[in-house]
Structure formats: structure tokens, C-alpha cells
Design a binder for this molecule. Structure first.
Ligand SMILES: [Fe+2]
Length: 380
């Protein structure tokens, strides 16, 4: 038996999807968001206005950065404790969404904090506070997943908190939000979405439903991501928003793989954007995982649908989008990489690497890290 959860209460799509906020009847809402962009594009004003029309008193906590930290979650948590909302509305990229999930978890369950949450049993918790997620980027799919990724700044390590409790009650995919995304962010976050789709597609704990979502998402992202980055057209941005969400529904019900294990290690250490780190690691992982017969057959199936080798298509897309081909090219200093190697190796073996379709021995990971750092071919 396997229980699948694609979303809790609803996911709302299409033009003016934000209007759904008026129907949510919150009494006190706290909006959690990132830096300036959601203010300068008028999104926060609009969300505030709609919540107020629905009868809510609205407060805003802003300033969640890329790779959200323990400190930011604790700051936001103190705002929640002071304002006592019955609804948290997370608006922006994956970072504010993830940070808001963990803030709300700690707000509803004060017995948990960063000292015990990773060891705690979070399996049967249900948030009392309504949680609404409104993504502005099309990448993490945090709006439909049960995952919140936080960086321990002192240890320079990213970790994922997983619980059904933090899967948002409502996801609002309004295509107006990704419309204003800068091309670089659209490219990097879109590669994160592609990584979710391709890792979920080959994950061996998936099922007919997750594979269908992952396959459709991979196909759609490979078609629409270059258009979205180059033209920023309304149609392409909306397609990416929807396909990214589908990839999230797939991976949060199956699992990911070594790309996320490795990219969290590098992202936590060097503060690399998550999408960029994934974009670099993804093609190398495909070359590594294709030695497994089942994975190879899946890639072949996808290649037939796409009309060309899927691994080559991913490599070509990476180049077309101007993404660095290896960590060295992305600016990770060589001396630092060498000095940090043992730390990177240890952390790359953790997280989603444990659910890679084929087990990754440490001896392989050592070689793999050199491949993604120096841009060497994966031939082992
Ligand atoms: Fe991701």
C-alpha cells in the first residue's frame, strides 16, 4: 500500500489565481517573503489587498534569503508568535516558502526546534495554522511538497525537514508571478524543476502516477524552458510554472537522487543557488545512473518521445542557457574545493543520495565529485 498526496486542500491555477485568497477567510494572516522583488512588482500589495478583502488583518515578515538559514527561521518564528496568525501565506521563490513551512511547524508545535527536529517523529502532525504557498519561481515546487530545506549557517550544511504537516494546504499558481522573473533565475530554477522531473522519473520507489507526472514534466520543461528563458513569454512562463509543480508532485511522492545529495553539499558550503548547483550536477548523474539497466531503458523511452537522446538534450540545454558546465567554471575556488573535499564527500553521501536508483559507493562519489568539479567525463 502506498498513500499519495498531490496537494492537501487545493491547487489553484490560471490567470487571476491569486483571487482565491479572498475566499480563504483568514482572521490574521502573516505573509512571509524574500527580498525586494515581490514588493517592487506589487505582488505583496496585491496579496495584502486580497487577504484584507477577505476580512483578514495582515502582517508581513520579509528578508528570507537564498538558502534560508536557521537564524531567519527563528526570526520569522518570533514574528508569528507575536502576531498570532491563523494563516501563513508564503510568497516568493523556494527559499521563503521553505522557511515559512518550518516557521509554521515550530509555531504550531513549540516543543520542536532546531535542536531536536531532525530526530523527531513528525509523521502524524497536522498544522492548526492554515498554510498557503504562492510561488514566484518555477523550480522547487515547494508549494506542493512536504519538504523544507534549511541551511545551518555555522556548519555550512543544508538539511531537509520532511513532514506531511508542512505540505501546504493551498498552492496558488498565478502565472502573473513568474512573468517578472529575470532570465538567469528562470534558467536556474527551471533546471531545478527538470532535475526533480528526471530524478523522480528514474527513482525506483515511484509508481505509475509519479512516473506519469515526472515524464510529462520532463518533456514539458525540455520544450518550454528555453522559450521561457529567451522570450519570457506569458505562455512559456505559465507552462514552466505548471510543469515545475507537476515535477514536485512526482518527487514528493517518490524521492529524488544523487543530484540533490551532491548539490546540497555544494550549495551549503559555497552558498550556490540550488538550481545552479543541480543544473551542473544533473548531466553527470545521468551518465552515472545509465549503467543501471532499468534507468537506461527509461532514458531510452524518454529519448524516443523527445526524438533524440535525453542526456544529450540536457547537456545541450545547459549550454544553451549559459549555465556553467562544472563547479570550477561556476566559480568554486580550486584550493577551497581541495581543502573541503572530505567535508563535501561526507555530505554528498547524505540526503537524497541514499535513494538514488543505484547505490553510490564512497569510492564512486570521490570520482564523481572530481567530474563535476573539473568537468571530467563520467566513465566508471
Ligand atoms: Fe530541488
Amino acid at each position: 500500500m502506498k498513500k499519495l498526496v498531490l496537494t492537501k486542500e487545493a491547487f489553484v491555477i490560471g490567470e487571476n489565481a491569486l483571487d482565491y485568497l479572498k475566499e480563504m477567510n483568514a482572521e490574521r494572516a502573516v505573509i512571509v517573503t524574500g527580498g525586494k522583488s515581490m514588493f517592487s512588482t506589487g505582488v505583496i500589495d496585491k496579496v495584502t489587498e486580497l487577504l484584507e478583502e477577505g476580512g483578514a488583518e495582515v502582517f508581513v515578515y520579509s528578508g528570507v534569503s537564498k538558502n534560508p538559514t536557521v537564524t531567519q527561521v527563528e526570526e520569522g518564528l518570533s514574528v508569528l508568535r507575536e502576531k498570532k496568525p491563523d494563516m501563513v501565506v508564503a510568497v516568493g521563490g523556494g527559499s521563503p516558502l521553505d522557511a515559512a513551512k518550518v516557521m509554521t511547524l515550530f509555531y504550531d508545535f513549540p516543543e520542536f526546534d532546531f535542536s531536536n527536529v531532525l530526530q523527531a517523529d513528525l509523521s502524524n502532525l497536522k498544522l492548526k495554522t492554515k498554510f498557503v504557498a504562492i510561488p514566484s519561481t518555477s523550480g522547487t515546487a515547494s508549494e506542493v511538497t512536504h519538504v523544507g530545506v534549511i541551511t545551518y549557517e555555522k556548519e555550512e550544511y543544508k538539511f531537509a525537514i520532511r513532514s506531511e504537516a508542512i505540505r501546504p494546504d493551498v498552492a496558488i499558481l498565478d502565472p502573473a508571478l513568474p512573468q517578472t522573473l529575470p532570465c538567469k533565475i528562470a534558467a536556474e530554477t527551471g533546471m531545478d524543476a527538470l532535475t526533480h522531473a528526471l530524478e523522480a522519473y528514474i527513482n525506483k520507489t515511484g509508481n505509475d502516477f509519479t512516473y506519469a507526472l515526472a515524464k510529462e514534466a520532463a518533456e514539458g520543461i525540455l520544450e518550454w524552458l528555453p522559450v521561457s528563458v529567451k522570450t519570457g513569454s506569458k505562455e512559456s512562463r505559465e507552462k514552466m510554472h505548471n510543469f515545475s509543480c507537476m515535477a514536485g508532485m512526482a518527487f514528493s511522492n517518490s524521492g529524488l537522487g544523487m543530484v540533490h545529495g551532491v548539490s546540497h553539499a555544494f550549495g551549503g558550503k559555497y552558498n550556490l543557488a540550488h538550481g545552479l548547483a543541480n543544473a551542473i550536477v544533473l548531466p553527470y548523474s545521468m551518465d552515472y545512473n545509465k549503467k543501471d539497466k532499468e534507468v537506461r531503458e527509461k532514458y531510452e523511452k524518454l529519448s524516443r518521445i523527445l526524438g533524440g537522446d535525453v542526456i544529450e538534450k540536457v547537456k545541450a540545454l545547459q549550454k544553451e542557457l549559459g549555465i556553467a558546465s562544472c563547479m570550477k567554471e561556476a566559480g568554486v575556488d580550486e584550493e577551497s574545493y581541495k581543502a573541503d573535499f572530505d567535508f563535501l564527500l561526507e555530505n554528498s553521501m547524505k540526503g537524497s543520495t541514499a535513494v538514488n536508483p543505484i547505490p553510490v559507493p564512497v569510492s564512486d562519489m570521490e570520482k564523481f565529485l572530481d567530474c563535476i568539479y573539473y568537468g571530467k567525463k563520467v566513465e566508471f
